[in-house]
Design a protein around this ligand. Structure first.
Ligand code: BES
Ligand code: MN
Ligand code: ZN
Length: 499
């Protein structure tokens, strides 16, 4: 989808979209169209249930008096509720409505909305942003789709007197969208295409955007003593990788301690010897979702030249059953020196993350660590697909994540940590075991991770198993890989960590 901004004028060809506030009163742009079409809009509204409620739509086809294929009336809701998220939903709804209409282009005629929390420029920019996010599609493997079934809409132009300022406000949003799309692409790819080495290559491509990328292979990881990560990897013919991405955007202090983002990158999770049931196992191609978000986030930060020092680290492995796979009961020694009894080879994500955590802290002494992982099925039982699980050892960091999530529409819900949960993962023969029983499964997983965070480092863990993939369309997120986390963490950085 190509998004642009222009000065107000009626379209020539294509579709036209106009916003209508709740209650159905037409704004200036809609009134112009209504007059040009001899009252077609007000007649259509009068004979329908359209009331301008958020994301309601009404289509007036082929109106006379106007050089447009159709007019889409889109509800803006109440003026005082028209914030950035609501504006994005409006853009997304317009795209969803016209995507397969046959129209190649749509003009969104925008009025300034006086009581809205957004000025005209930011309103326009966010409508464009929402349209862009919803227009995403992963279709590289469709070779036989009929022309009539393919999306037709390619271009959306928002017309506003504030078009220059709108264009400027849109620029960083467009960069964040590129990050979201990269993440969506990576989680959508199948595991025969995305395996540790190939995913590392995709991360390496960020050097084009000014990100420094370093890749460790199996040998280097063995030297560093990453026995937990390597234990997971040993059953696969696809060798593991550990990728570090650095974006040094902080003004002046080049050596300022970075904020670190760590991602679980299990490119396919069969469960290993503790093998999963076959039904639905194809979903485990997106068990690298945390790593996908970290890559997309680094792309977003670099793209908009964020004034921050950030390091992204992803542990990449494939969890397979084979003659060389680790067995339930094996004891592995992590880079931290702590030993782990592997009760269940399907609880592999924490085994990967614990060594990446340790390496990250030893090498960069980050000021903050946020990790993302499709870590547990249990978080889906707790929170469904509406919230990611948030675990943190620091209330300030937790509050910041909750508020950033609310602002961008990627909500996170805080879950507890505590000593009683921690005791569930004590082992009889090693320092800990990798599972703590069914009860509180997401919490004991987080307790495991916390054992690898050094005293004094603010840390938050996002369990994104329920939100990485969606089976239904949402206004700015088409079904499939969501990219959940990129917008959230970009917002976190923008609000709290940019110098
Ligand atoms: N990758 C899975 C978690 C998962 C499940 C992600 C469903 C997305 C959708 C993880 O590695 C796993 O298998 N976790 C186990 C842990 C258990 C063995 C303690 C689980 O959730 O069943
Ligand atoms: Mn697993
Ligand atoms: Zn997994």
């Amino acid at each position: 989808m190509k998004i642009s901004f222009a000065s107000p004028k009626l379209p020539r060809g294509g579709a036209l979209a106009v916003g209508v506030l709740e209650g159905g009163d037409l704004g200036a742009a809609a009134k112009d169209v209504d007059e040009a079409t001899d009252g077609a809009l007000s007649r259509a509204i009068g004979s329908s249930r359209f009331a301008g409620k958020s994301n309601q739509t009404l289509i007036v086809n082929a109106p006379s008096g106007l050089d447009a294929t159709r007019v889409v009336l889109v509800g803006l809701g109440k003026a005082d509720g028209l914030d950035a998220r609501a504006a994005q939903a409006v853009g997304g709804t317009i795209v969803a409505t016209l995507e397969k209409s046959g129209d190649g282009a749509v003009t969104v005629a925008l009025d300034a909305v006086s009581e809205a929390p957004l000025d005209a420029a930011r309103l326009a920019a966010n409508i464009g942003y929402g349209a862009l996010l919803r227009g995403y599609r992963f279709d590289k493997y469709r070779t036989k789709e009929k022309a009539d079934d393919k999306p037709s809409l390619k271009r959306l132009t928002v017309t506003t007197a504030e078009h220059a300022r709108a264009r400027a406000a849109f620029r960083p949003l467009g960069e964040v969208a590129e990050g979201v799309f990269l993440t969506r692409d990576l989680v959508s790819e199948p595991a025969n295409v995305i395996f540790p080495a190939s995913l590392a290559e995709r991360a390496e491509a960020l050097t084009e955007h000014g990100v420094e990328v370093e890749i460790l292979d199996e040998k280097r990881m063995a030297k560093l003593g990453m026995g937990a990560l390597l234990g997971v990897a040993q059953g696969s013919a696809n060798a593991p990788r550990l990728v570090t991405m650095r974006w040094n955007g902080a003004p002046r202090a080049r050596d300022k301690q970075p904020i670190a983002f760590v991602g679980k990158g299990v490119t396919f999770d069969t469960g290993g010897i503790s093998i999963k049931p076959s039904g639905g196992m194809e979903d485990m191609k997106w068990d690298m979702g945390g790593a996908g978000v970290v890559i997309g986030l680094m792309r977003a930060l670099a793209g908009r030249k964020a004034r921050v020092n950030a390091v992204g680290m992803i542990g990449l492995v494939e969890n397979m059953p084979s003659a060389t796979a680790q067995r339930p009961g094996d004891v592995v020694t992590s880079m931290s020196g702590q030993t782990v009894e592997v009760i269940n080879t399907d609880a592999e994500g924490r085994l990967v993350l614990c060594d990446v955590f340790w390496y990250c802290q030893e090498k960069y002494r980050p000021s903050v660590i946020v990790d993302l992982a499709t870590l547990t099925g249990a978080i889906i039982i707790s929170l469904g697909h509406e919230n990611a699980g948030l675990f943190a050892n620091d209330d300030t960091l937790a509050d910041r994540l909750v508020s950033a999530g609310g602002a961008v529409g990627e909500p996170v819900w805080r879950m507890p940590l505590g000593d009683a949960y921690d005791r569930q993962i004590d082992s009889d023969i090693a320092d800990m075991k990798n599972v703590g029983g069914r009860e509180g499964g997401s919490i004991t997983a987080a307790q495991f991770l916390q054992r690898f965070i050094k005293e004094g480092t603010p840390w938050a863990h996002l369990d994104i198993a329920g939100v990485t993939w969606s089976k239904k369309n949402a206004p700015t997120v088409p079904k499939g890989g969501t990219g959940f986390g990129v917008r959230l963490l970009d917002r976190l950085v923008r609000e709290h960590y940019e110098g």
